[in-house]
Design a protein around this ligand. Structure first.
Ligand code: ADP
Ligand code: MG
Length: 572
């Protein structure tokens, strides 16, 4: 609730204006029955046509004023709620962008999406409802009651009884509804999670004929959401009819009490029944707003969580800006993913010299990707230090650090846009010449030229219209365009045929110069072409040296070598 107030405060002017129109509207509504009772008691009963016309005209004018106010407050309400929604979404997105991977892992991407879209909509609806009726309903309620009491004081106890009953009903509604609507949002998260996972892995799902399992997962999540919704709406469904019933019962009681009223006061009686109906209407509105509020409160808590999430990583306020040469030192580095039981890296130590090309090999899950991710600080080491040119990476300027290191990731991620846009991703002002040169080294130029629009060929989301090998080569070219000091290639030649891979590696060798390269590969034949090889198993270094050295003193390397060499040519 605090969150909603905080955003409303920024639009306090419009909010007050709309409150003013609401008050006007409520007053107009309240005046109508009184003038009607004048028409009846002074006009109709005495057959005075002039009085009927006079009060009739006044009623018409009031009706116009009421209608005008209604239009205005609706417009203000829509505008304000939409603006606040926009601001909330932007603030959330902005904060999410500041977060490190560890935060995102914890919040879960699917849930962040639900929060930015659905939860914000709930809050928007609340603001809209509040601005449409918040002031009006209480004014109508209180005003109508006061007017009834003035005109027909005998009815006071009945009124009081009804109001107490209605208040109890509204409070009960809140108590029952709140936890249930929170549950609905959590189930929605889950459904979005399942859908997202399926869509991002749709090729694998189809290839393994796993549609049935996925459908089952989806059906389950969908059924759970429906169940949570039904539970929440069921709870709400009792209250509004109960409130109606209570107020209608009150109207009957009022009429009963007034049954022996003086016939000259028939107009007053009509007015008080009319007021009672207004009270009913206002109370229904209030209970509706409260229903919306209950949902929005659950949502605003979830929005607050995203806004409050503090980046897990700290960057130095007075960062170092070394002239990066490319020496990389790991000192007793251990790392565990948040929530994972075991460490992904254990006491890893090594030194890589500037300009060296180092191969990294090891079984899947041995920590190769994790190790290279620590260098540009995608994650921070749990213990130990990582030094670049003698500077602790946590002390180096973030922009400098990330600009000096380019990564061609294991799973190449491309964005919607032209090939040129994608290659320019890491360096906005790269010339066509630079882009072409990078593409040539990555052996991507040939296939790009063969596409219909060359470098202007449009890529779908994630580069769906490319083959795995083409995506890898584009991702490599993109890394080269950055013109980094340290180049990380995470198994980014795995989808290439032997000849193309050899061409890429040769190109890189010529291009490398003083560049430090970390080359991850599953293939011995690939890492054999590097200066030195780091051999990893279960997050620990099993050997570090040249091919010849490792063949002598690293059992793991020897095993991998023997299992691959010979079979090597066939398994591509
Ligand atoms: P490799 O690249 O050698 O195949 P990784 O570095 O990707 O290995 O993974 C090392 C270990 O860390 C594995 O056990 C893997 O399950 C785990 N791991 C990788 N990424 C994450 C993550 N985001 N959250 C939790 N555990 C992870
Ligand atoms: Mg990996």
């Amino acid at each position: 609730m605090k969150l909603i107030l905080q955003y409303l405060r920024r639009h306090i002017g419009i909010f007050l204006l709309s409150t003013m129109f609401l008050t006007l509207e409520a007053t107009a509504d309240l005046l109508q029955p009184t003038f009607m009772s004048f028409i009846v008691d002074h006009g109709v009963v005495h057959s005075d046509i002039r009085k009927i016309l006079f009060y009739g005209m006044i009623m018409l004018l009031i009706a116009f004023a009421g209608a005008f106010s209604a239009v205005m407050r609706n417009r203000f309400a829509s505008r304000t709620s939409q603006t606040i929604g926009k601001e909330m979404r932007q603030d959330m997105y902005h904060n999410v962008q500041q977060l490190s991977l560890e935060n995102i892992d914890r919040l879960q991407p699917a849930s962040v999406i639900t929060r930015i879209t659905n939860d914000v909509s709930q809050v928007q609806e609340l603001i809209n409802s509040i601005m449409r009726m918040m002031v009006k309903a209480p004014i109508t309620c209180v005003g109508a009651i006061v007017l009834i009491l003035i005109q027909t004081p005998k009815q006071a106890p009945v009124m009081l009884g009804i109001m107490i009953a209605v208040t109890i009903l509204i409070l009960a509604n809140m108590k029952v509804g709140y936890p249930r609507f929170g549950m609905v949002q959590r189930k929605l998260d889950k459904l979005n999670g399942v859908t997202r996972e399926f869509l991002s892995a749709v090729r694998v799902v189809k290839a393994f004929n796993a549609e049935d399992e996925e459908t089952e997962k989806f059906d389950k999540a969908s059924a759970e959401l429906a169940k949570a919704n039904v539970a929440a709406l069921h709870a709400a469904s009792y209250f509004s009819p109960l409130i109606n019933l209570t107020v209608n019962f009150g109207i009957v009681l009022l009429l009963w009490i007034s049954k022996d009223q003086n016939s000259s006061e028939i107009g007053k009686l009509m007015a008080s029944v009319n007021y009672m109906t207004q009270v009913l209407f206002a109370v229904t509105m209030i209970s509706n707003v409260i229903n919306v509020a209950v949902r929005a409160m659950a949502s605003s808590g979830r929005i607050q969580e995203v806004l409050d999430e503090k980046p897990a990583q700290q960057f130095p306020t007075q960062p170092l800006r070394p002239d990066i040469q490319g020496e990389i030192v790991f000192e007793n580095v251990s790392f565990a993913y948040a929530g994972a039981g075991k460490e992904a890296l254990k006491e890893v130590s090594f030194t890589i010299h500037p300009g060296e090309t180092v191969g990294i090999i090891g079984p899947t899950g041995s920590g190769k990707t994790t190790l290279v991710n620590l260098v540009p600080r995608l994650y921070d080491a749990s213990s130990g230090r990582i030094l670049i040119d003698g500077c602790d990476v946590t002390q180096i300027d973030e922009t400098l650090l990330r600009n000096s290191i380019a990564v061609a990731a294991q799973k190449p991620l491309l964005f919607t846009g032209s090939i040129r846009d994608n290659l320019r991703w890491g360096k906005e002002d790269a010339s066509d010449e630079e882009i072409r040169k990078a593409a040539q080294i990555a052996c991507a130029d040939d296939f790009i030229q063969k596409t219909e629009n060359g470098y202007d060929t449009w890529l779908g989301q994630g580069g769906v219209n490319l083959s795995g090998g083409q995506k890898q080569r584009l991702s490599l070219a993109r890394a080269l365009v950055c013109n980094p000091r340290i180049l990380v290639l995470d198994d980014c030649t795995s989808a290439l045929d032997a000849q193309t891979e050899a061409n890429v590696l040769n190109g890189l060798k010529k291009y490398a110069g003083s560049l430090t390269i970390l080359l991850i590969s599953q293939r011995v034949s690939t890492v054999m072409q590097t200066n030195r090889i780091l051999c990893l198993e279960d997050g620990a270094v099993k050997g570090f040296g040249t091919h010849a050295q490792l063949m002598q003193n690293c059992e793991l390397y020897k095993t991998i070598y023997q299992s691959q060499i010979g079979g090597e040519q066939h398994d591509r």
